[in-house]
Design a protein around this ligand. Structure first.
Ligand code: TRP
Length: 395
């Protein structure tokens, strides 16, 4: 079975990446023909404005992948943007993908929804501005030859400035929180590239005729779209592609240190690149059952992120059961409980951290490996593209 999956290079990997994705990939590479790539073009669908960190982020992902057990001799580990055929196939798929399919994509709908709320804010501000704009105009020390146009222009620009300032935190950061529009991404991603995100993703998979796509649940609508695009292509030009299936494996959810989903942007993640001291600090600050205030208060392990982590890192099942019991009865305090966790967490993290350090020293060699693997992937992609061009009667 041919397996294809990708990951956007957003920086250093954390425990959430491992339990959600990488652990699964490491298993798959033992039994299947796997293509795993760093989706740097996909990163640009939201972060196109600032690409300063892109190269660095790609290197971080390379190091983390290898440190976590992905093996370039077992899987093809490569970089999306080095295989130009992804772009060619994306362009061709774009021709036959109805716009409405993309507009129905939940990620896109979320974006639109946020933009809508933002546009309320904009409208509000514009109205206020409008009623005072004449005062502004009086300040201009020149004769205005086209007052109507100038007025419009001023309104538009001041409104934009306000929105930007809002996103930069220059004025009332609270407003954004209230609107629940926390990322400036939302404001900047109403682009062709973002709308076409799932088309590129489809090309990523089908350029290798991928049959199985190990992804998180959030990606299901994208894979469904890939199936529809494959079906449509095959119907129009003859069968070239398989219909890829999502491979949803049981993945334990690892909450962040504050109990929410682990995410870099929430500041609740433990990274593989964190030092021992950083990990210790994060663990000792972890949220626990808010009703367990004093050491001997009874706690509720089922809502405690520290206990969720015990289940993943504390191998001794009996000890886990004892922790659960002693927490409930109030015999075990949170500080003590965290100390136990830390010991087991470190047993897991330490060897990875060491491997990471070694790999960091050999970064040039590692880049070379990814470049070589990209050539290999490209060879495969080129074969598919020949078939595609033939099916579509392209020269
Ligand atoms: N969209 C995926 C994510 O954000 C990343 C991705 C890009 C991907 N291309 C892909 C996943 C192709 C699977 C197959 O997680």
């Amino acid at each position: 079975m041919r397996v294809v999956s990708g990951m956007r290079p957003t920086g250093k990997l954390h425990l959430g990446h491992y339990f959600g994705v990488i652990r699964n990939w490491v298993k798959l590479q033992e039994e299947h023909e796997c293509y795993f790539f760093i989706a740097d073009w996909h990163a640009l669908t939201t972060a196109y404005k600032n690409t300063k960190e892109l190269r660095k982020n790609i290197r971080e992902v390379m190091i983390d992948w290898l440190a976590l057990g992905l093996d370039p001799n077992k899987s093809v580990l490569f970089i999306q943007s080095l295989v130009k055929e992804h772009a060619e196939l994306c362009l061709l798929f774009g021709m036959l993908t109805p716009k409405s399919w993309l507009e129905l994509n939940p990620t896109y709908k979320d974006l639109k929804y946020n933009l809508l709320r933002l546009s309320d804010l904009e409208k509000n501000f514009k109205e206020k501005l409008e009623s005072n704009i004449e005062e502004f105009i009086k300040l201009v020390p020149f004769e205005i030859s086209n007052p109507e146009k100038f007025r419009e222009h001023l309104l538009e620009n001041l409104t934009q400035t306000m929105i930007e300032a809002l996103f930069e935190g220059e004025i009332e950061p609270e407003i954004l929180k209230k609107l629940n529009v926390s990322k400036r991404d939302f404001y900047e991603t109403d682009t062709f590239g973002f709308l076409g995100y799932p088309v590129l993703q489809t090309a990523d998979i089908l350029v290798y005729k991928g049959e199985a796509v190990p992804v998180g649940e959030d990606q299901l609508p994208h894979i469904e779209l890939s199936r529809e695009i494959a079906r449509r292509f095959n119907r129009l030009y003859g069968k070239v592609f398989p219909e890829p299936k999502a491979l949803l494996t049981e993945t334990p959810k690892i909450p962040g240190t504050d109990g929410r989903k682990m995410s870099k942007s929430y500041g609740n993640a433990v990274f593989f690149a964190d030092t021992k001291e950083e990990v210790e600090k994060k663990v000792m600050k972890m949220f626990t059952d808010p009703q367990k205030i004093r050491k001997n208060d009874p706690g509720r392990p089922e809502i405690c992120p520290v206990f969720s982590w015990h289940k993943l890192f504390t191998q001794d099942r009996e000890l886990v059961e004892r922790i659960e019991r002693d927490c409930r009865t109030g015999k075990l305090g949170c500080v003590e409980c965290k100390r136990i966790l830390l010991k087991h967490l470190e047993e897991f993290l330490e060897p990875i951290r060491e491997r990471r350090k070694e790999l960091e020293k050999r970064i040039e060699e590692i880049e070379e490996v990814f470049y070589e693997n990209s050539k290999k992937a490209r060879g495969e992609a080129q074969k598919t593209m020949e078939e595609v061009r033939k099916a579509m009667n392209l020269p």
